[in-house]
Design a protein around this ligand. Structure first.
Ligand code: GLA
Length: 393
C-alpha cells in the first residue's frame, strides 16, 4: 500500500522539518520515480513511450520563509540557500542544481516565487536509471505550486521540470520522466504520445493475468550527463536534417516522417545514422503493439516486444553495456521470464523484466551477481500514482 507508506513518511519528514527549522511545514508533496516498460530514446523524437510510476518517491516538505530559499536534504545531510528571484541563481552541481533549476525556470516563466524553507527526503535510488532527478524536480515543483498558489496543470509542471534539466542542469533529456512522475496512475502504465503530450493510462492487471514486472538494477551506475545521451540526440537531429532535405515539408521531429518514407530514404543516410533512426522507427511501432498486447492480456507478445526492444537498443542504438546485456540474457534463459530489456537511457542502470514466476527472476539475479560481482537489486513493480500533496495529520 504505497499511499500509507507515503503518509507515514510525510509525517516523519514533518517531524524532521520541525527539528531542523523549529516549526512544522505547511505541506508535504511527493513525486515518484519511474520505470519504462517499452519505448526508449523515442521521447525526444516526438515518439511513443510506455512507462509506469514506481512506489519509490521523493518527498518535499515546505513552508514560507523569510529571506532566501533554504533547502535541507535529509539524504545528503547538506543544505543550500539561494535566491529568491530576481536575485541571480547560480549554477550548482549535485542535488542542489535540480532544486535551483526548477526555481529558476519557474521564475523565468513568470510564476511568483518567494522566500521559503524546504526539506527533501526520498528513496528513489540515485544512478539506477529510475529517474531520481525527475522525481526531485517534480516533487519540488509540486510543493512550490501549492505553496505559491500557481495551480499548474500536471503537463505544464512536467514541461517546467524538463526545461530545468535542459537549460539549467544541462542534460538534453526528453519529456517522458517528468510526465510520468507528474501523471502516473496507480496500477496503470502510462502511454504517452510525446508529440501531442496526450496520455492514456492503461490498466496493469498483472495479478489477474498471472505475471509480474520487476525492475532489476544492474549495479552499474549511469550518468545521464555523459556524452553518450546527448550524442544520440544529436545523431537523431542530424538524421532528421538529412531526411528533411529530401522531403518537401517542414519536419518538427522524426515522428513527422512515415516509416515507409524513412525506409525509402535510408540509403541517403550514413549507415550509423540509418541504424540510430531505424531504432526509433521500430521502437515506436513496438510501443503501439505493446500497448495493444497489454490491453488484451497478451503477455507473450508483450515479452517478445521487450526482447526485441533490448536488441534494438543494444545493436542499432548502442546504449547498452556488457552488464545489462548479461542481465537481460540471464533473464531470457529462465523459462518463466517472458521478456526483459534495459530501461531508460541505458549506459548502465536498470533492466525491466516480465515474468510468470518470481523464483526465475531471483535465480537470474543471483547468477548475474555471481558472474559480474555487481551489487544488483530487484524491486517488484507496484505502479504508483503521480505527484500529489500528502496529508500531514
Ligand atoms: C532518460 C531521459 C528520457 C528518455 C530516456 C530514454 O531517462 O531522461 O527523457 O530519453 O532516457 O528513453
Amino acid at each position: 500500500m504505497p499511499m500509507i507508506g507515503s503518509t507515514d513518511r510525510a509525517r516523519a519528514l514533518g517531524r524532521a522539518f520541525e527539528r531542523h527549522y523549529g516549526h512544522e511545514p505547511r505541506l508535504v508533496a511527493r513525486a515518484p520515480g519511474r520505470v519504462n516498460l517499452i519505448g526508449d530514446h523515442t521521447d525526444y523524437n516526438g515518439g511513443f513511450v510506455f512507462p509506469a510510476a514506481i512506489d519509490l518517491e521523493t518527498l518535499v516538505a515546505a513552508r514560507p520563509g523569510h529571506e532566501d530559499i533554504a533547502v535541507w536534504s535529509v539524504q545528503f545531510e547538506q543544505s543550500d540557500a539561494f535566491g529568491p528571484p530576481p536575485a541571480r541563481i547560480e549554477h550548482h552541481g549535485g542535488w542542489q542544481g535540480y532544486v535551483r533549476g526548477v526555481v529558476s525556470v519557474a521564475a523565468e516563466a513568470g510564476l511568483p516565487v518567494a522566500p521559503c524553507e524546504l526539506m527533501i527526503a526520498g528513496d528513489v535510488p540515485l544512478g539506477s536509471g529510475l529517474s531520481s532527478s525527475a522525481a526531485l524536480e517534480v516533487a519540488v515543483l509540486e510543493a512550490l505550486d501549492a505553496l505559491f498558489g500557481w495551480r499548474l496543470p500536471p503537463v505544464r509542471l512536467a514541461l517546467l521540470a524538463q526545461r530545468a534539466e535542459n537549460t539549467f542542469v544541462g542534460v538534453a533529456c526528453g519529456v517522458m520522466d517528468p510526465m510520468v512522475s507528474a501523471l502516473g496512475k496507480r496500477d496503470h502504465a502510462l502511454f504517452i504520445d510525446c508529440r501531442s503530450l496526450e496520455t492514456e493510462a492503461v490498466p496493469l492487471h498483472l495479478e489477474a493475468i498471472g505475471v509480474q514486472i520487476a525492475v532489476l538494477d544492474s549495479g552499474v551506475p549511469r550518468t545521464l550527463a555523459t556524452a553518450g545521451y546527448n550524442q544520440r540526440r544529436q545523431e537523431c537531429e542530424e538524421g532528421l536534417a538529412v531526411l528533411a532535405t529530401h522531403l518537401d515539408r517542414p519536419l518538427g521531429s522524426l515522428r513527422d516522417v512515415d516509416r515507409r518514407e524513412f525506409e525509402a530514404l535510408r540509403v541517403e543516410l550514413p549507415p550509423l545514422l540509418g541504424a540510430r533512426l531505424g531504432h526509433v522507427f521500430s521502437e515506436n511501432d513496438r510501443v503501439l503493439l505493446a500497448r495493444r498486447a497489454l490491453a488484451t492480456g497478451d503477455v507473450t507478445t508483450f515479452g517478445r516486444l521487450m526482447n526485441e526492444s533490448h536488441a534494438s537498443l543494444r545493436d542499432d542504438y548502442e546504449v547498452s553495456c556488457a552488464e545489462l546485456d548479461t542481465l537481460v540474457e540471464l533473464c531470457g534463459s529462465e523459462p518463466g521470464v517472458l521478456g526483459a530489456r534495459l530501461t531508460g537511457a541505458g549506459f548502465g542502470g536498470s533492466a525491466v523484466a516480465l515474468a510468470t514466476a518470481a523464483a526465475d527472476l531471483d535465480r537470474a539475479l543471483a547468477r548475474y551477481q555471481e558472474q559480474t560481482g555487481r551489487p544488483a537489486r530487484m524491486w517488484r513493480l507496484a505502479a504508483a500514482d503521480g505527484a500529489a500533496l500528502l496529508p500531514l495529520d
